[in-house]
Design a protein around this ligand. Structure first.
Ligand code: HEM
Length: 131
């Protein structure tokens, strides 16, 4: 019985990305700090004028939660639809990614976890740039 039990246990592969990010509360903190960085960043802050901050915070938190494997459902509009009129440049995309990295640093997210999340964001690139 004991052996059978052992066989059915999942291999100990360490914390999931969702756990490394501090689950939804940790992700919400990262997104809050990201918002402050965006407001201070002259390369991109003009794009965010008039944005509903509470909704942006909730939806981006849900999206990163879902992307990291957490139990969240992003219920906002598609990435292509949201960003299609913004003519986002590579420089602006990279500026936002840089701010996300800084926000993760501020929240002591390990570098390996930062890279795991960025890797899951990369596939969104062509939709966000409307390519
Ligand atoms: C890392 C890449 C990006 C991700 C994962 C991302 C994700 C998102 C998400 C989930 C939303 C929905 C939030 C809401 O419902 O308000 C959103 C909206 C928005 N994003 Fe992005 N985004 C990215 C890059 C960018 C860039 C580079 C810009 C501009 C420089 C940008 C500008 C905006 C704006 C202005 C909105 C609000 C649109 C609206 O309310 O109609 N995003 N983004």
């Amino acid at each position: 019985m004991a052996l059978t039990g052992c066989q059915s246990m999942p291999a100990d592969s360490g914390p999931t990305l969702y756990q490394q990010l501090g689950e939804r509360p940790g992700i919400a903190n990262v997104v809050e700090d990201l918002l402050y960085l965006i407001v201070d960043d002259e390369r991109i802050n003009h794009q965010f004028k008039g944005v509903n901050v509470a909704q942006f915070h909730r939806n981006l938190t849900d999206q990163l939660c879902e992307l990291s494997g957490g139990p969240c459902n992003y219920s906002g509009r598609s990435m292509r639809e949201l960003h299609s009129d913004m003519a986002i440049t590579d420089t602006q995309f990279n500026a936002l990614a840089e701010n996300l990295i800084l926000a993760m640093e501020e929240n002591n997210i390990p570098t390996a976890a930062q890279n795991r999340l960025l890797k899951r964001i990369v596939p969104l690139y062509s939709d966000i740039r409307n390519l």
